[in-house]
Design a protein around this ligand. Structure first.
Ligand code: ADP
Ligand code: MG
Length: 207
């Protein structure tokens, strides 16, 4: 299934490339979408060592930071780690590597809240709200801190990428959106066609 996830990530980030570049242009150097596309394409083409492939192709500090998240999701999908543990470990290593903490207007503002949830759907919701919160934050790390106003009024590009990585991941691994074949991805909306309405599935009843 990881192969299908990489393919869906590639397609999604190719669509998002201009948007992510524009977000990064408001707070940085305008290359974040292109960086992600390069990294994800390389990881998808080298699934034996996706973290290294992503890091090398994406380049720069953010290439290393995002390669840790790719590695965490890869591990979780393969059952080598529980998703919350994998996300928390990635967040911790990203913090060690980049020295950013929660509230600095980075990818961590989506990733840390996501890592505190026990399942993928709640993790995605937490990442989304964490990402939206970056709009009010002044950047203290990365290039955005050098921009006038430190990016206040703009959503962080990297936090947006965290959400988008999780959106696709959830489409494949969520028990509600149990997509087993990449063909059921709706190419127009970029969302999975549910085999049954999500609202008809009660998580409580299955626990
Ligand atoms: P670069 O800043 O090298 O141009 P990108 O544009 O690809 O890299 O990525 C920028 C994103 O990386 C930011 O939006 C932010 O989310 C994230 N980022 C930058 N610096 C850090 C850091 N020190 N810690 C965590 N995330 C960071
Ligand atoms: Mg950039």
């Amino acid at each position: 299934m990881m192969e299908q996830i990489y393919n869906a990530w590639i397609k999604r980030f190719e669509e998002l490339e201009p948007h992510l570049n524009a977000l990064d242009a408001a707070t940085g150097d305008g290359d974040h979408g292109s960086t992600m596309v390069r990294g994800i394409r390389a990881a998808g083409a080298d699934q034996a060592t996706p973290v290294k492939a992503f890091r090398k192709a994406a380049g720069g500090a953010s290439g290393s930071l995002f390669s840790l998240l790719i590695g965490a999701l890869d591990k979780a999908e393969k059952g080598d780690a529980m998703l919350p543990d994998a996300l928390a470990a990635a967040a911790e290593r990203i913090n060690q590597m980049g020295q950013a903490v929660a509230g600095d207007k980075t990818m961590l503002d989506a990733l840390i809240p996501a890592s505190l949830e026990s399942n993928i759907d709640d993790a995605l919701a937490a990442a989304r709200s964490g990402c939206n919160n970056t709009i009010d934050m002044p950047a203290r790390r990365g290039r955005a801190k050098y921009v006038e106003g430190a990016g206040v009024g703009h959503i962080d590009a990297g936090a947006t990428s965290v959400v988008e990585l999780l959106v696709i991941f959830a489409q494949f691994v969520s028990p509600e959106n149990n997509v087993t074949n990449g063909d059921v991805l709706d190419p127009d909306s970029g969302t999975a066609k549910l085999t049954q309405p999500a609202s008809s599935v009660s998580r409580e009843s299955s626990e």
